[in-house]
Design a protein around this ligand. Structure first.
Ligand code: 5GP
Ligand code: SF4
Ligand code: MG
Length: 458
């Protein structure tokens, strides 16, 4: 997963982009980068780690009224500076810069085709195929060049591209990943989530629509829809886990979606007799509040999260992952001692964090632990931009509910149903991808999923 941000026509473009990336840090902590264009020259800075780790001196050299930025999150195997974005190259038509959120599922095939035509790749990212295809297009208008480049590209892409003096924003026809358009003093601002508009003081205008290519240059703004219409497949996991609750995505509030998930969870899987409900901060806070509102069980802060520790998924081995649970969370004994508690989380993937948390909560004195999950069981990998592990590592892929309950060490376990999850979306239940929950994959699985995992753009 990744976060993208861009602005054109603002004298503070670089500073705004850096601010915007701070708000999109949750979408990627592995690397960060910014490319800006000043008087026809594009320059970029990319570095491993957080936005706050970006080196200040090179950043001070970035100027101009157009900039794009990227925060990247992916598997450990592809964690290299070559795979950091935005990509910046020069081609016969001038500079090309690209920031991509999503996964191109036929990148392997497209790459082989390009290599046969003589292309030399400098990274293992799926996104680089778009850059090569852009460089080959002979169309006149930048938006038509991008349409050429994206023709036949399958999978998920919300992208920002700088082509000469033009800033382009595009979203795949299924609308897999979010991409918003805002406005600051007349300048268009593009970002993965609207929380990045708030931080720069921009107003939300609308979403870039599925299948839309939006171009802005010195002559104005243009929009084209060059792709065949496809069934909408917005990622439901964005509402469940990934996006920030203060964002609007897919035309609705993430906070409202998560509260609805929590309320529905309380209806489908109540926990009669419980003394209190708490969240696993931060991603399930809103869902736990929803559960409390619906059930009348009081909401408490029973787990405290250390915000200075990275996400547990980044740790490569099981041993370090276990230690990381205690590094990241601690239990409040005074809240838990002698209580029958409901622990709400947004999802269970491997089960490692959950198992560690249940032990913490019991050690703090809880006498009964009832686990409630505000999504359906995750039973398959994601090929469209979220780094879920392979099927064998997913706790729900091969186990019954009772086996999972016993393995997690909880007194009872309840997951939200697939219908309950989809019906909680502010836009209604239709037009979502739910493949990792239902097995209903909208595209054929990639021919070499492992290669995709290690080569993906985000
Ligand atoms: P598990 O018990 O499966 O090890 O971890 C469950 C936790 O992982 C939940 O709190 C959930 O919010 C979080 N989670 C779900 N999907 C992802 C993901 O793609 N990346 C990260 N870092 N955490 C995730
Ligand atoms: Fe989202 Fe799951 Fe679909 Fe991936 S497979 S896009 S995580 S719903
Ligand atoms: Mg969580």
């Amino acid at each position: 997963m990744c976060g993208i941000f861009g602005v054109r026509g603002h004298s503070d473009a670089v500073a705004l982009t850096k601010l915007g990336l701070f708000s999109l840090q949750h979408r990627g902590q592995e690397s960060a980068g910014i490319v800006s264009v000043d008087a026809g020259t594009a320059r970029g800075v990319r570095s491993m780690g957080l936005v706050s780790d970006m080196p200040l001196a090179p950043l001070a050299d970035l100027h101009g009224s157009m900039a794009i930025g990227h925060t990247r999150y992916s598997t450990a195997g592809s964690s290299t500076i070559e795979n950091a974005q935005p990509v910046l190259v020069s081609s016969r038509g001038g500079h090309i810069a690209l920031a991509h959120n999503g996964n191109i599922t036929n990148a392997g095939e497209l790459r082989v085709d390009l290599e046969e035509l003589g292309s030399i790749f400098s990274s293992s990212m799926d996104s680089e195929v778009i850059v090569h295809r852009l460089a080959r297009s002979t169309a006149e208008k930048p938006e038509d060049r991008l349409a050429d480049a994206l023709h036949g590209v399958e999978g998920a892409f919300s992208i920002l591209i700088v082509l000469g003096d033009t800033l382009l924003a595009a979203r795949d026809p299924r609308g897999w990943r979010p991409l918003a358009l805002g406005r600051l003093n007349g300048a268009p601002v593009f970002c993965s989530e609207t929380c990045a508009l708030d931080i720069v003081g921009a107003t939300y205008e609308r979403d870039i629509l599925p299948g839309e290519i939006f171009a802005v240059d010195a002559t104005g703004e243009r929009s084209i829809f060059p792709f065949a219409t496809k069934e909408l497949k917005r990622c439901v996991f964005e509402h469940v886990y990934f996006a920030r609750p203060d964002s609007q995505i897919f035309g609705g509030s993430v906070d409202r979606a998560r509260r609805a998930l929590g309320r529905r969870l309380a209806q489908e899987c109540p926990a009669p007799g419980a003394d209190l409900v708490f969240s696993v901060p931060d991603s399930s806070n809103s869902a736990a509040i929803g559960f409390s509102e619906e059930s009348g069980v009081p909401y408490e802060l029973a787990l405290i999260r250390n915000h200075y520790v990275g996400r547990t998924f980044i740790q490569p081995t099981q041993a370090t992952r276990d230690a990381k649970v205690r590094l990241k969370y601690n239990a409040v004994r005074e809240v838990l001692r002698g209580k029958r508690v409901v622990m709400v989380d947004d999802s269970i993937v491997r089960g490692t964090t959950t198992r560690g948390l249940v032990q913490l909560v019991r050690a703090a004195g809880a006498i009964e632990v009832h686990m409630r999950v505000s999504s359906a069981p995750v039973t398959g990998p994601c090929y469209y931009g979220i780094d879920t592990p392979s099927r064998e590592e997913l706790i729900a892929s091969n186990s019954t509910l009772e086996e999972i309950r016993s393995s997690l060490g909880v007194d009872s376990l309840g997951y939200l149903s697939l219908d309950g999850m989809l019906e909680s979306a502010p836009s209604g239940p239709d037009g979502f991808c739910h493949a990792c929950f239902s097995g209903d994959y909208p595209t054929p699985p990639p021919t070499d999923p492992d290669k995709l995992r290690y080569g993906c753009g985000c």
